[in-house]
Design a protein around this ligand. Structure first.
Ligand code: NAD
Ligand code: MG
Length: 391
């Protein structure tokens, strides 16, 4: 029996890497749903090539274009938020969650509710609503497998281990585009400079988040949620080569490191084949040629996002949802030219300050509605804070 798979965010960087793996072995899979947003040509081409049941664009207005592109293929075309959730509710064995941003949360929850194994690249859903995701998985007999490279690395290092013996988890960070820039130049960093990652080839948004360390800040929170580990036991280590993806420290002093080339097909493939390991088309490292690995401590002055992540974890509740929404809004501000690079963290911090002072907002119960409400408020506050800086 072929495995039924769906890919949410199929047209993006993670989605395309997932499709690359599936296409190498087409008889093993039956593709249920593929989703995208604006890149209709890619979505339609992949849906045809993989003979998907349904292709969904998040953009309602692009439905006629998608229909036309799929004419005669037998693939159903659909559009909009409701269609995304309906597609996620279609029975599938394995679902890739690779939409970017908080928009990935509702389809992820719908996939868990139908009992699928959710391969989770969309870290935003754990940051916004970690407890809700894990609880939904538990009550529906579903499973979440991490796809973020660091979390996949930790997950692999923990196989056969007891969490009680874990002293710490160390996430590595390349340091992004501005690792070696003089601090005083950061405010002048341009979009083009921030979009140039030294090691990984990723979507634009996560590449900028790597330069600001908001990506690592999100990953620290993701680690706390996914592995239920105290924030004090999570460390960040700058490792410019991006070959050690994470380390787990045990109570006997041992550190288990996961080493591999910076290629997301490893983490995606691990989640696809779990609990087996199978051959993957990634480079085999020649360590003698690489010669040495470097490490340094992260610098809070350069990367205030890391401090903000600690504050978010200390506050708990819906603070993660506010943090993510403020970060997404600030990132939009930087991309559109309304904010300087260093102003993104200022806008996020200001948003968290404002919302923490509004009684009952952050402390409300974690439901999808409340998460959406906090997300909405945080975007409003962050937009106002952006305007203050522009105007
Ligand atoms: P991307 O921007 O390349 O692709 C995003 C996908 O989401 C596209 O298919 C796009 O059409 C879709 N999309 C965008 N906005 C949407 C919306 N509002 N509603 C529904 N769909 C929408 O992003 P990416 O780099 O592939 O990242 C995807 C996720 O994986 C993110 O959560 C990211 O943090 C995570 N991740 C990415 C990498 C990487 O190497 N790219 C590594 C680790 C984790
Ligand atoms: Mg990562």
């Amino acid at each position: 029996m072929p495995r039924r798979v769906s890919i949410f965010g199929a047209t993006g960087s993670i989605g395309q890497n997932t499709i690359d793996l599936i296409r190498r072995d087409p008889e093993r899979y039956r593709v249920v749903a593929l989703t995208g947003a604006r890149n209709i040509a890619q979505l339609a081409a992949d849906a045809r090539a993989l003979n998907a049941e349904i292709a969904v664009t998040a953009e309602e207005r692009l439905l006629p274009e998608l229909r036309a592109a799929l004419a005669g293929s037998g693939v159903t075309a659909a559009a909009g938020q409701g269609a995304l959730e309906e597609a996620a509710a279609r029975p599938a064995d394995w679902v890739m969650s690779a939409i970017i941003g908080a928009a990935g949360l509702a389809p992820g929850i719908a996939a868990l509710r139908q009992g699928a194994t959710l391969a989770l690249a969309n870290k935003e859903s754990l940051v916004c609503a970690g407890a809700l995701m894990l609880e939904t998985a538990r009550t529906h007999g579903a499973r979440i497998l991490p796809v973020d490279s660091e979390h996949s690395a930790v997950f692999q290092a923990l196989q056969g281990e007891d969490m009680a013996a874990v002293e710490r988890i160390i996430l590595t960070a390349s340091g992004g585009a501005f690792r070696d820039w003089p601090l005083e130049r950061l405010a002048e960093a341009t979009l083009e400079q921030a979009t140039d990652h030294p090691n990984w080839d990723m979507g634009q948004r996560i590449t900028i988040d790597s330069a600001s360390m908001f990506n690592k800040a999100m990953e620290v929170i993701e680690t706390r949620e996914f592995f239920s580990i105290d924030p004090e036991r999570i460390e960040v280590l700058v490792h410019p080569q991006s070959m050690i993806h994470a380390l787990v420290g045990f109570n006997d002093g041992a550190l288990m490191a996961h080493v591999g080339p910076p290629d997301m097909r490893h983490a995606i493939g691990y989640a696809l084949h779990h609990p087996q390991r199978e051959k993957l088309p990634v480079e085999r490292l020649d360590l003698a040629r690489i010669g040495c690995f470097e490490f340094r401590a992260p610098d809070d002055a350069r990367w205030p996002a890391l401090r903000l992540a600690r504050e978010v974890m200390a506050e708990g509740g819906l603070c993660g949802a506010a943090f993510n929404a403020a970060k997404e809004t600030a990132l939009d501000g930087f991309i559109s030219g309304a904010l300087r690079f260093t102003e993104m963290a200022e806008v996020v911090e200001r948003t968290l300050d404002v919302l923490s002072r509004q009684g009952g907002v952050i402390g409300a119960a974690m439901t999808l509605d409340n998460v959406a409400h906090v997300d909405h408020l945080a975007r409003q506050v962050a937009r106002a804070a952006t305007q203050e800086r522009t105007g």
